[in-house]
Structures are given as structure tokens and as C-alpha cells.
Design a protein around this ligand. Structure first.
Ligand code: M6R
Length: 609
């Protein structure tokens, strides 16, 4: 996710900008750049790669000036490259901007500007904003920013520089973070507190729709109609490391709580405005085109594989097409029967997992159509695939995948509805029903996370166990797989997931007094059968923690404890049901004193076979 910094004061801007950007590296980025007002013009230096590459590029020739902005880019529109890196300027170089987020209507705006003679050099949505500033400049910097903000749609935090009024920076935000730091004779702007904490602890957080004009002597905040807004300044009392995690103790916990925002980003632009269709503008498949596809493969590793298992349920149920889910490292060596009549979907958060990448190459070689579902723009898997759907979860730092998984689930759901639309296997009424339910997911995720205190108690009570079992049927089984993986990878408790009906074919022998068994029962069509399986383990004196839907009065009669998730369409339940399992794993790991963000023997990105 992009990082933004801004400086205006009496000191040189460039050293602060570079230092501030380094404190935002944890957000993930692929290129970096700065713009400094130097000798009557705005000088821009930027390049693809790490911050170090930018430092080397300008070593010995640092821009001189006391006003500037900086940016670390995490590509969304256009691959990582020098020219796509921020800051972006209009053709005259008078208007410069850095941006975090997505300008949704940039294509229409760009076409209009091109018809007016503007020439664009990057593939980004952001460059449009700089050109809009030039096209609609009223003679007043502040008024022009307001005018441009009325034209753009999407999510953003933006910082503007104008060579005609170099004594100020203007910034604003909508659905993306921005903080202001207050100094003496200098002021600061940043995406996050770590970037400014070495300079000041006096800060305030910008809210959506606010516009701040920042000079070296003060900050003036107003809304788009010019109504002044007074902000509550507070003292940051965290240290720099804690600040990077936004006050959370670990990246994993931060990422768990980022899930409402992450799924909102995933669904952005994919729910038709009419409310009764799913759109993927990046795919634009037609029914005719899809007619030749008679089988789908989903190939991935680890958590991404578990998202694929859910995807199989969705696709088969909604689109009525056969789906095989494969572990990437197995797929490659089993001589898969795959050809031009198959669509192969490769799911990977990082887009760099070598088994998944090699499986994709093999599928291409055999003639299949390939689609990547990934979180990282410009990653190897996104480049190798015929087509790409991004999950837009933002960077995931913790080794244990959380928000990547939920956004993968959502992509799988949206894709399944999309394919069902093409194949005519779903009614418009059903799509409308699902879309209405999907819109409620972020809020329902928030509500599910409110169970945290109850989960902390379970984690303390059962955290010393050496074994745990996860049971479920249908989609609940798929989620159980992910719950068991989460628990074992960070708490080192041996955990296994079973299809609830499979237990008595062998594993029931391991169920004895006091063994914790987590039973998921969110799927109405197999509910009764799941409860029967629950009773089988209860009869062996296991401790049962049930995951049930609000309003379920049956579960509490059988389980020792119940965690309730909000009521939702059965298909959507996995997006909520996995959350208590993530929290349980996290707090169990804490109880056992494990290094949550860096579990032993594991790496975030597995680029070896
Ligand atoms: O980057 P990828 O999604 O391709 O990674 C695949 C697995 O290595 C990954 O999901 C792993 O299982 C998680 N760290 C588990 O939390």
C-alpha cells in the first residue's frame, strides 16, 4: 500500500522525506520518489525498486529546498516502473501530486483531458489528477483543489504541490489514511505516524472529506464548501516500532483488524451499480468466449489453497462447472489432464510462490487458459498469467495469512457469480440477493471481531493443549482446514481439520477427554449432520467450541462454548467463520510465548520448491 510524506518548514525537505519514507516501508512498495520545490521549479526524482535505489540516484545531488512531498508506491494501475512511480506532474510541471488509493473514474477523465490536448506519460490513475489541476486552475491553488476533488471518484489520500504557490502543501483524504504532524516553524504530512514520530509527537488524524492547507507556520482545515474544521491535536505516546504496527502488538493482529477495509477494497468496482450483477472490467469475458471452457482447475499453496477449496464449492454450486483444486507442488508432477478447454486459476497472495508459478507455466504449456488471483501488482505470477484479478488486500506482512485469505474468498465468490452469470446458471434475483449480502460483509466482519474477549479466555484456557481438531461439513470443512493451519503455524499446537463425517473412519480414536475440538456449523443444509458428529466427540469427553450463526439455539445445548457469527447467506459464512479461528490462533500463540509474526521455520514468500 502506498506511503505518503510531506514537509514544509525552514529545513531541507529531502532528508526528512527520505527518512519518513523509510519508516513507511513496512506498508510494502515497489518504487519511490520525491518532489522538492528547488530554485523556482518543482524537481522530481523517482525510480522503480527500493528506497536505496532512489537514494543512490540522487546521492551527491540532493534537491535543495524546504518544501516537498515523497511517495512509496504499491502498484495498482500500471506495472512498477520509473515512469509509473509517484510523484506525478502535469505537462508543465507546475502541478505535482502524490496519491494513495484508486481514482475509479480516471479512464473517463483521462479521455476527456486527451481530447483537450493533454499528453499522458504514465499508466497510472494518479497522473490524471495533476492534469486536472492544470486544466481547471482558477488562479487559486486551494480553489482548484476543491474543484478537482468534485470531479474524482474513488478512494484516496492526496497531497498537492503547486509551483505558483510554493508556500503551501494541500492534502485531503477519502477512505485512506493521512496524519498531520505539528512542529515549530515546520509541519509534516504522512500516511502513518512512524514517518513523522522522529520529528514531532504532536499530531492529528485527517478525516474523510477534510482539506488541509499546510504552511510552515500553521495548518488550516476546512471542508469542500470552505467551512472551517477544528481538529483535536494529540500527543503520540508510542515508540516508533509500535507506531509502525498502528498501535497493534503484531502485524498479524493489525491485519486481522484490517479485514473490513480489505474486503471493501476487493469488492470496489465489482458490484454493478444496478445491484444485480457482478462485473470484472479486467476480464470482460463474454458468454460466447466462455462456452469452450468445460472444466476449471484451482491451483495454489497453503492458505491460498484453502481459499481454492472454498472456490470449488462456490463455482460448482453456482456455475455448475466441474472444478479440481490442486496443491501446486502436487499438480506439476501428476501429469494433469488439462488443455485448451480448461481454465486454470492460480491463487497466490505474494504472486511469487515458486510451486504456483511453475504450475502455471506447465498449464500454459499444455494449452490451458490461465488466470491469476493475486495481491501483488507486477508479481511474477501476475506477469505470467493470461489475465489477472487483484485482491487489493494491501500488503500483508505477517507470515500467517489473514486478510489475504478473506479477500481471496471474496474474489472466489465474485468470480463464481460472474461465471454463473455467463453460463446462465444463476437468476438475476439470486445475484441481487447475494450482492445485497456481500455489501454487508465489512460490517459483519467488524461485529464478528467483537468476540475477541471471549476468544482470549479460550486461548488462555486451552493454549497449553498439544492437539486440537477442527471439524465441519461442506464450506465449514474448507474453513476448518484454514483454522487448523493458522493454529499450527503460529502456536505450534498440533492441529488437524477433518470433514466431520470422516472422523469415525479412523481419527475418532484420537478424541479423548479434554481434547479441544472446534466444530463449525454454519451451513444450514448439513447442520443436523454436523450436530450428530459433534455429539460423537462430546460422547468421548472432548471439549467442544462451536462456531454457530446468531439465533442458533441448538448448538449451546451440546457444545461447551459457542462463538456466534452474524447471520448471513450460507455462502458468505466462511468470510465470518474464519475470524474467530484467526483470533484463536493468535491468542493461543501469545499464551505460549511464540513469535507470532515470524513463526519458526517459515517465510512469507516461498520462492523455492
Ligand atoms: O503468497 P502465496 O499466497 O502464494 O503463499 C502461499 C502459502 O505459502 C501461504 O498461504 C502460507 O500457507 C501462509 N503463510 C499461511 O498462513
Amino acid at each position: 500500500m502506498c506511503g505518503i510524506v510531506g514537509y514544509i518548514g525552514n529545513n531541507q525537505a529531502a532528508p526528512f522525506l527520505l527518512d519518513g519514507m523509510s519508516k513507511l516501508e513496512y506498508r510494502g512498495y515497489d518504487s519511490a520518489g520525491i518532489a522538492v520545490y528547488e530554485k523556482n521549479h518543482i524537481r522530481i526524482d523517482k525510480c522503480v525498486g527500493r528506497l536505496e535505489a532512489l537514494r543512490q540516484k540522487i546521492a551527491g545531488n540532493l534537491p535543495e529546498g524546504t518544501v516537498g512531498i515523497g511517495h512509496t508506491r504499491w502498484a495498482t494501475h500500471g506495472r512498477p516502473s520509473d515512469v509509473n512511480a509517484h510523484p506525478h506532474a502535469d505537462s508543465s510541471g507546475q502541478f505535482v501530486v502524490v496519491h494513495n488509493g484508486i481514482i475509479e473514474n480516471y479512464m473517463a477523465l483521462k479521455e476527456d483531458l486527451i481530447s483537450k490536448g493533454h499528453k499522458f506519460i504514465s499508466e497510472t490513475d494518479t497522473e490524471v489528477v495533476a492534469h486536472l489541476m492544470a486544466e481547471y486552475f482558477t488562479g487559486n491553488f486551494e480553489d482548484t483543489v476543491k474543484k478537482v476533488l468534485k470531479m474524482i471518484e474513488g478512494s484516496y489520500s492526496l497531497v498537492f504541490m503547486c509551483a505558483k504557490e510554493p508556500d503551501k502543501l494541500i492534502c485531503t483524504k477519502k477512505s485512506n489514511p493521512l496524519v498531520i504532524g505539528l512542529g515549530n516553524g515546520e509541519n509534516f504530512i504522512a500516511s502513518d505516524i512512524p514517518a513523522i514520530i522522529s520529528k514531532t509527537r504532536k499530531t492529528f488524524i485527517m478525516s474523510d472529506g477534510e482539506i488541509a492547507t499546510v504552511t510552515k507556520d500553521g495548518v488550516w482545515v476546512q471542508d469542500i464548501d470552505g467551512t472551517p474544521i477544528s481538529k483535536k491535536v494529540f500527543e503520540v505516546n508510542w515508540n516508533a516500532e509500535a507506531a509502525e504496527k498502528g498501535g497493534f502488538e503484531h502485524f498479524m493482529l493489525k491485519e486481522i483488524y484490517e479485514q473490513p477495509k480489505a474486503v471493501r477494497e476487493t469488492m470496489r468496482g465489482r458490484l454493478a451499480k444496478t445491484g444485480d450483477a457482478i462485473e470484472f472490467s479486467e476480464l470482460n469475458w463474454t458468454a460466447e468466449e466462455f462456452k469452450d471452457i468445460n472444466k476449471i482447475f484451482i491451483v495454489a499453496c497453503g492458505t491460498a489453497y484453502h481459499a481454492g477449496v472454498v472456490g470449488k464449492y462456490y463455482l460448482e454450486k453456482m456455475a455448475r462447472i466441474p472444478v479440481e483444486v490442486d496443491i501446486a507442488s502436487e499438480f506439476r508432477y501428476r501429469e494433469p489432464i488439462i488443455d485448451g478447454s480448461c481454465l486454470a486459476i492460480f491463487v497466490s497472495q505474494s504472486g511469487e510462490t515458486s510451486d504456483t508459478l511453475e504450475a502455471m507455466k506447465e498449464s500454459k504449456r499444455l494449452g490451458a487458459r490461465t488466470l491469476a488471483v493475486t495481491n501483488v501488482v507486477g508479481s511474477s505470477i501476475s506477469r505470467e498469467a493470461d489475465q489477472v484479478v487483484y485482491t487489493y488486500a494491501g500488503p500483508e506482512i505477517a507470515v500467517a495469512s489473514t486478510k489475504a485469505y478473506t479477500t481471496q474468498l471474496l474474489v472466489m465468490l465474485l468470480l463464481s457469480i460472474y461465471v454463473a452469470q455467463l453460463r446462465g446458471t444463476i437468476t438475476q434475483e439470486r445475484v441481487a440477493e447475494l450482492v445485497a449480502n456481500i455489501k454487508e460483509i465489512p460490517e459483519k466482519i467488524n461485529r464478528t471481531l467483537e468476540n475477541v474477549e471471549q476468544i482470549k479466555v479460550f486461548a488462555k484456557r486451552y493454549g497449553s493443549c498439544e492437539d486440537a481438531f477442527f471439524l465441519g461439513r461442506s464450506l465449514d470443512y474448507a474453513v476448518a482446514l484454514e483454522g487448523a493451519l493458522k493454529l499450527k503455524e503460529i502456536s505450534y499446537i498440533h492441529a488437524e481439520a477433518y470433514a466431520a463425517g470422516e472422523l469415525k473412519h479412523g481419527t475418532l480414536a484420537l478424541i479423548t477427554e479434554g481434547v479441544p475440538v472446534i466444530v463449525l456449523a454454519t451451513q444450514p443444509h448439513v447442520y443436523e449432520k454436523t450436530i450428530s458428529n459433534l455429539r460423537e466427540v462430546k460422547a468421548r469427553e472432548a471439549i467442544v467450541i462451536g462456531i454457530a450463526v446468531e439465533g442458533d439455539t441448538e448448538m449451546a445445548k451440546h457444545a461447551d462454548h459457542v462463538i456466534y457469527i452474524p447471520h448471513a447467506d450460507g455462502e458468505l459464512a466462511p468470510l465470518m467463520a474464519v475470524l474467530p479461528l484467526q483470533l484463536l490462533a493468535y491468542y493461543a500463540a501469545l499464551t505460549r510465548g511464540c513469535d507470532v509474526d515470524k513463526p519458526r521455520n517459515l517465510a512469507k514468500s516461498v520462492t523455492v520448491e
